[in-house]
Design a protein around this ligand. Structure first.
Ligand code: G6P
Length: 369
């Protein structure tokens, strides 16, 4: 087993460190930065559908649902198609309004999740076109969808999803660009710019992983916390949700993810000296707004851990701890900001003596309701 873990203490850590490779594998042969072209062979038969679609519905569970939320920001931003993201388990039981004009994207690492499969069957019955985003080649979901794109992250053993999540976000980024390309919603020069940036992401993920030592110090400081809040805005909101899910799954610390601006409608009441608050506070269009949210937490005695862009000074001046990630376009921040959050929950869980690869009560693949 030690051999299978490639010298790492746990599969989860190995899989976290595999991400530069897994994202590269996911992008390989699919982007041509110099030409500004995205190719997705798995869905190319459906170009007409993509050109004319009025609405996209994403269905998924757990971490895959979080990837779907990132996808919503990306597809709406670049392809300008309205997107709804649904928990498969809710969608299947509420007589959803679906027509043959809809495109449904089902996301599943395992390709076996019962609720996601049922949601697909239902949408199919109603005449929708279904694309799958799966990791396990030949699993049930890829077999029941009309078309799809594999994530190519390789087998994921740790129950808490890490590399599959970043690969799902990578595929959704590719899909957003592909749909935009078919619909002509981005200029060619912008494509060249975005794809050039995307091509550099595997290298930047490698750089982001260098935060490990800093993360260990932060984990030491907060490992005994009973609660933790994760906040972000825009596409960093789903990153906050995923950070919170990871922490609760493997360390059993109660954690919540929230859009930073919603803090004042509830979670702010919880903030005191025992409440660590993790902010995704990278340099992007909502940077100033996030800074005000950080000030609100500090004013109430909360402890702030902030994920910041390399070279940041403003957030550093007010946060208790900061973790730098490399500079990248706003579109790609989720892929980098996720990395320190995975490491943080991993180290906290190990320090608390938890079984990180097989957390209690959780299954890698939920094939029953
Ligand atoms: C389980 C796993 C999660 C996963 C979810 C959805 O709860 O523990 O890591 O995100 O199922 O699984 P899927 O294979 O459909 O992505």
């Amino acid at each position: 087993e030690m051999l299978e873990k490639g010298g790492y203490d746990h599969f989860m850590l190995k899989e976290i460190y595999e991400q530069p490779r897994s994202i590269r594998d996911c992008l390989r042969g699919r982007i041509y930065p110099e030409q500004g072209v995205v190719q997705l062979g798995g869905i190319k038969e459906y170009v007409e559908k993509i050109k004319n679609v009025d609405r996209i519905i994403i269905v998924a569970c757990g971490t895959s649902w979080h990837a779907g939320l990132v996808g919503e920001y990306l597809i709406e931003e670049y392809a300008r198609v309205p997107v709804e993201v649904e928990y498969a388990s809710e969608f299947r039981y509420r007589n959803p309004i679906i027509t043959s004009k809809d495109l449904v994207i089902a996301i599943s690492q395992s390709g076996e999740t019962a609720d996601t499969m049922a949601a697909i069957e239902l949408a199919k019955e109603k005449g929708a076109t279904i694309f799958g985003i799966c990791n396990v080649v030949g699993a049930s979901i890829p077999r029941i969808t009309h078309a799809g794109v594999y994530t190519h992250a390789g087998p994921e053993i740790g129950v808490a999803s890490t590399k599959a999540f970043t690969a799902q976000v990578s595929v959704l980024t590719l899909m957003a660009f592909y749909i935009a390309q078919q619909r002509g919603t981005i200029t060619q020069s912008k494509f060249v710019e975005y794809l050039t940036e995307l091509d550099e992401i595997p290298q930047l993920v490698e750089k982001a992983l260098l935060c490990n030592e800093e993360v260990i110090k932060i984990a030491e400081r907060f490992k005994d916390s009973a609660n933790c809040l994760f906040l972000g805005r825009g596409s960093s909101f789903p990153v906050a949700l995923e950070g919170a899910l990871k922490l609760k799954e493997i360390s059993y610390i109660h954690a919540e993810g929230y859009p930073a601006a919603e803090m004042k409608h509830g979670p702010i009441a919880l903030i005191d000296a025992d409440m660590p608050v993790v902010f995704i506070a990278t340099k992007n269009s909502q940077y100033e707004k996030v800074i005000s949210n950080i000030q609100e937490v500090k004013a109430r005695g909360g402890h702030v851990i902030a994920i910041v862009s390399e070279g940041d000074t403003d957030v550093k001046a007010m946060a208790d701890y900061t973790i730098e990630i490399p500079l990248t376009g706003e579109t790609f921040v989720p892929l980098l900001a996720t990395i320190p959050l995975q490491l943080l929950s991993y180290h906290i869980a190990v320090m608390r003596g938890c079984n990180v690869d097989q957390p209690r009560n959780l299954a890698k693949s939920v094939t029953v309701e």
